[in-house]
Design a binder for this molecule. Structure first.
Ligand code: TMP
Ligand code: ASP
Length: 236
């Protein structure tokens, strides 16, 4: 396939291909944390994250959430709709962990009474600072109508994924989403994987996500494999 590198991020490469309005996204094994300060590699991560993301994108599409996913091309790459990424990262939280636990002095594992939505400005240079709707308006990162859609879709995605994962003995603690503009519509983009979500085993509370890498807990590859197995169990 003819491809031209358009953008290389920490975990993925995006290529332009000969098909109009289509990008090829290749998932890498490279892993970083703390805004790129910690670097490493997780064997098999590219394939697992591509497969888990594809599975979730299909599930979400079936339930009425528009996504950029078109089809898998090989084990670690997929064709996606060529969106213009909105530079706002959306974090949805169900259980206190990570930066929320730290910021508010909460014990990790406390179930929040209501899901929490947070926005971060997507900028590697600035380390993705937290922002709110007033910053988004002032900087014209997105229109109000787009942000309303993003909020509505984010809570819907949370309901669909939390319910799906609960049946597979996984707690959806929190996760990060990115959205893009495509032909005048806001659609879900980027990835949904153990890199961008916190997944805990429902019974043991064992971490099955990138926190194993961030916090040097060991068993990183095994945890990613376990997520793939549970998510895809019973077919697509
Ligand atoms: P946080 O608790 O560190 O703010 O992370 C919240 C969620 O967002 C967690 O599921 C991991 C995900 N996340 C990313 O996908 N990319 C990032 O750069 C960061 C900091 C978090
Ligand atoms: N993706 C982020 C980075 O490297 C951090 C993270 O996932 O914790 O910097």
């Amino acid at each position: 396939m003819d491809k031209r590198l358009k953008y290389e991020g920490k975990a993925k490469r995006v290529y332009e291909i000969s098909e109009e309005d289509v990008y090829l996204v290749e998932f890498k094994d490279d892993a970083t944390a703390f805004n790129g300060k910690k670097k490493g590699s997780i064997q098999g991560k590219g394939v697992i994250n591509a497969k888990v993301s594809a599975h979730f994108f299909k599930l979400l599409e079936e339930q009425g959430v528009p996504t950029h996913f078109i089809e898998m091309v090989d084990d670690n790459s997929m064709k996606v709709k060529a969106v213009e990424i909105i530079p706002v990262e959306v974090v949805v939280r169900n259980i206190a962990a990570g930066s929320l636990a730290k910021r508010l002095g909460l014990e990790e594992g406390i179930h929040l009474k209501k899901p929490v939505l947070e926005f971060y400005y997507k900028s590697d240079e600035l380390g993705d600072p937290m922002i709110n709707i007033y910053h988004i308006r002032a900087m014209e990162f997105a229109k109000d109508e787009e942000m309303q859609k993003i909020e509505e879709l984010s809570f819907k995605i949370n309901d669909i994924l939390a319910d799906y994962l609960e049946k597979r003995d996984i707690l959806l603690v929190d996760f990060k989403l990115e959205f893009g503009r495509y032909k005048g519509k806001v659609i879900l983009a980027d990835e949904i994987s153990p890199d961008t979500c916190r997944f805990w085993d429902s019974k043991t509370k064992e971490k099955l996500d990138k926190d194993r890498f961030r916090r040097d807990l060991g068993g990183v590859e095994e945890a990613y494999q376990e997520v793939l197995k549970r998510v895809t169990e019973g077919g697509c």
